[in-house]
Write a protein that binds this ligand. Structure first.
Ligand SMILES: CC(C)(COP(=O)(O)OP(=O)(O)OC[C@H]1O[C@@H](n2cnc3c(N)ncnc32)[C@H](O)[C@@H]1OP(=O)(O)O)[C@@H](O)C(=O)NCCC(=O)NCCS
Length: 411
């Protein structure tokens, strides 16, 4: 048993790996059609498509994208997005995943990524590789008959609904792109990503047909969209009891948010709205006549971050207070990143330099959790995960951010 990793050889091997990884996840979904598969292929960076072999036999692999990850203050850094990690069920427990994860991280760093990111199906896997949970998202369940806004709202703009293939869906991409500089945790999307997100394929959102409701402001500019499907209920034609499922709800201002909310809860024949990828504490809850009608069904860990370039991450984001603090990073995989650093913030901009020593020591996983301020270092200390001290408090205060990361993209 010798585990090795290598590049994907050709298109045929890509197809084989796509099927193999699907089977590793249980093989419950039919293979998507060719246009969808080729769009997925366009999202993946060839250099980060890794094959893992056991004695030369292909037994699994992973695929990753390269995109820009938004940070507090509007800047972004290059990051890889790991996905499709799978090993044949009969070849598990031999170190195949470890080999490909290490290769993925090394290649990501060589390509200039400041971090590797992922969404985990199996969250307990990734701390050992230095990933820390940066942000969570919620699924909310809403009884549409009782979800009215406390104050009546009259929209000065308008909403138009587009289906797959309508070029006007591109308005959603405009809104998304604008919001990237405001919402940390968002990731850039190329054309292939948009083809995947807006496609009719079952692979992405189940069998229901996707609609994009775009909100235009009074001046006619798009300022929000809701990507949603209408799932049939059990009551047949006479009592449909359908559910509208919002997969993406992206708004640039409060009016667009109210208008799109009103639109979704008023979709004809619908009894319930389910809102995926939502903020854990959405602003709209504050505006409801009865806040209890927005019922949180689950909170899921969403974006995991593995720092690869400590200085790039800390110097790209902005800060809400000035000061300085030192910390050390323990990183066996990237010795150049390990050791003591000092973060100095002046006028909201950070600079990072090497120092001789530091009292606080963080694993890459802990740094991934706190680097955007989404989790406070104080809370890690309160949980006994790092030693509490004044230095921890001052580093925690420096990193804190009122901009809560809100990832939108699934990858
Ligand atoms: C998860 C999966 C990729 C692991 O592959 P593998 O080749 O058996 O993993 P390895 O032998 O390299 O193990 C790597 C490490 O993860 C641990 N590990 C493996 N499977 C695990 C699991 N399901 N839960 C928690 N830890 C696990 C191992 O103990 C090992 O730890 P160590 O290196 O610190 O000792 C494989 O089981 C699989 O394909 N599962 C189905 C698809 C899936 O869940 N993919 C990941 C989704 S995010």
């Amino acid at each position: 048993m010798v585990i090795t990793v290598r590049d994907l050889a050709d298109e045929a091997e890509w197809e084989r790996q796509y099927a193999m990884v699907g089977n590793a996840f249980g093989g419950n979904r039919a293979a998507p059609d060719e246009p969808h598969r080729s769009a997925v292929r366009g999202c993946v960076d060839q250099r980060l498509s890794i094959v893992v072999c056991d004695d030369g036999e292909h037994i699994g692999g992973c695929a990753s994208s390269l995109f820009d990850l938004s940070l507090p203050g509007g800047a972004s850094v290059s990051a890889s997005g790991l996905s499709g990690v799978g090993v044949r069920p009969d070849r598990r427990g031999r170190g195949a995943m470890r080999a490909m994860l290490v290769e993925h991280l090394k290649r990501s760093a060589e390509l200039g990524a400041a971090a590797s990111t992922l969404m985990a199906t199996e969250p307990s896997l990734y701390g050992r590789f230095g990933y820390g949970l940066m942000s969570s998202v919620a699924t909310h369940r809403i009884n549409v008959d009782r979800a009215e806004l406390a104050e009546p709202f009259t929209d000065a703009g308008r909403i138009e609904v587009f289906t797959s293939g309508d070029a006007r869906q591109a308005a959603a991409a405009d809104v998304y792109e604008r919001m990237r500089s405001v919402n940390p945790g968002m990731t850039s999307r190329n054309e292939s990503w948009w083809r995947v997100v807006l496609s009719d394929s079952d692979d992405w959102k189940g069998p229901a047909k996707p609609f994009v409701a775009v909100h235009y402001d009074e001046a006619g500019d798009p300022d929000g969209y809701a990507l949603h499907v209408v799932e049939p209920g059990t009551g047949g034609l006479w009592r449909p009891r359908a559910t509208v499922v919002a997969h993406e709800f992206v708004v640039a201002n409060l009016d667009a948010e109210k208008a799109l909310w009103q639109f979704l809860v008023d979709v004809p024949l619908v009894r319930e709205l389910r809102w995926h990828m939502a903020p854990v504490e959405p602003r709209i809850r504050l505006l409801l006549a009865n806040r209890r009608e927005l019922d949180t069904e689950m909170v899921n860990d969403m974006l995991w971050v593995r720092p690869l370039d400590v200085a790039a991450l800390l110097e790209a984001r902005t800060y809400e207070r000035d000061g300085d603090a030192s910390f050390a990073v323990t990183d066996e995989l990237f010795p150049d990143e390990a050791g003591p650093w000092k973060l100095t913030v002046v006028g909201g901009r950070g600079s990072v330099e090497r120092v001789d020593s530091a009292e606080v020591s963080l694993t890459p996983s802990q740094l991934g959790m706190v680097v955007t301020g989404a989790t406070s270092l104080r809370s890690l200390a309160a949980a006994g995960l790092v030693d509490a001290s004044e230095v921890v408090d001052s580093l925690s205060d420096l990193l804190v951010s009122s901009e809560t990361p809100q990832p939108i993209s699934r990858f």
